[in-house]
Write a protein that binds this ligand. Structure first.
Ligand code: G
Ligand code: G
Ligand code: NA
Ligand code: MN
Length: 255
């Protein structure tokens, strides 16, 4: 089958849904936010991984309408939580074509107004590779910052332009790539790298989030070295909204 055709059909037939991976304060293991991750449930093929369909959606530009749907869905869910008294930060991934869409900033603005979200509770996760053209990216990022949303650099350390991106853009958070986190307790080079990124964060005034934490000792290493936020299978995989809500309620009741 042609995945592109199928993808188009899927957008029109509501076959997508979002999961949310909890982000925690590592010392207290308190959930303060979630990362929205899109899933595709095809009626016959079953669940298709975003690793398969996001690149195709990118190539065909279908990521633009799909991305809009993702932003609206994440915004709607966050409003539900806020209305229920659950204050949790929502972060959404942004790919290159979405970022380059001339209407992108307007889409983010629409989501904030339509769901009456406090913008500091809404964040965008953008990889370095998305921001190839630093001057153009800088303008878009500044416009997004004017809306009050938070900007994270995703998969930090895997791109080529790391340092220049960090010094030239008004970034709020840097997400340490999971490959470094995984090796941080076994490979001294990965450990040094993590320490260097944390040190840079202190100097350049951005906060750090570690991704892909799978083991207690990785969390301990991160805390010892000044990275106090993270996510990963050690704490929780991506979950449905209902499952996240259960976790949040459990925490609040202190059990
Ligand atoms: O959640 P999972 O590990 O299966 O995601 C695989 C890849 O797909 C990751 O690189 C992730 O960033 C990307 N991805 C997941 N959800 C979204 C989304 O909503 N938008 C974009 N642009 N990429 C996503
Ligand atoms: O590219 P991005 O960082 O957005 O990718 C996020 C993806 O990483 C999510 O799709 C999620 O399924 C996956 N992920 C989340 N936690 C872990 C983890 O602890 N280990 C690994 N290997 N992947 C994870
Ligand atoms: Na991400
Ligand atoms: Mn990432």
């Amino acid at each position: 089958f042609k995945l592109e055709q199928t993808l188009k059909h899927a957008i029109e037939h509501d076959e997508f849904y979002l999961e949310y991976q909890p982000k925690l304060e590592l010392k207290t293991e308190t959930i303060y936010g979630v990362e929205a991750l899109v899933r595709w449930k095809h009626p016959e093929l079953g669940i298709i991984s975003p690793m398969e369909f996001i690149p195709i959606a990118e190539e065909s530009s279908l990521i633009v309408p799909l991305g809009r749907w993702i932003f609206h869905e994440a915004g709607k869910q966050n409003k539900k939580w806020h209305d229920a008294g659950i204050r949790v930060k929502m972060a959404v991934n942004v790919s290159a074509k979405q970022f380059e869409d001339p209407q992108f900033v307007e889409t983010v603005h629409q989501v904030l107004t339509e769901y009456q979200l406090p913008p500091r509770y809404f964040g965008l996760e953008i990889t370095e590779s998305v921001m190839q053209n630093i001057n153009q990216s800088s303008i878009i990022i500044q416009d997004l910052k004017k809306l009050g949303v938070k900007i994270s650099i995703d998969d930090f350390g895997t791109g080529y332009s790391s340092l220049s991106v960090l010094s030239k853009l008004p970034i709020d958070y840097v997400k340490i790539d999971k490959s470094f986190v995984h090796e941080s307790t076994t490979n001294p080079n990965a450990a040094s790298l993590v320490k260097t990124i944390v040190e840079m964060g202190k100097n350049l005034n951005f906060e750090l989030i570690a991704e892909g934490i799978e083991k207690q000792e990785q969390a301990e290493f991160l805390i010892q070295n000044g990275c106090y936020r993270g996510q990963g299978y050690f704490y929780s995989p991506p979950l449905s909204a209902a499952e996240v809500e259960k976790l949040l309620n459990k925490k609040q009741k202190g059990s």
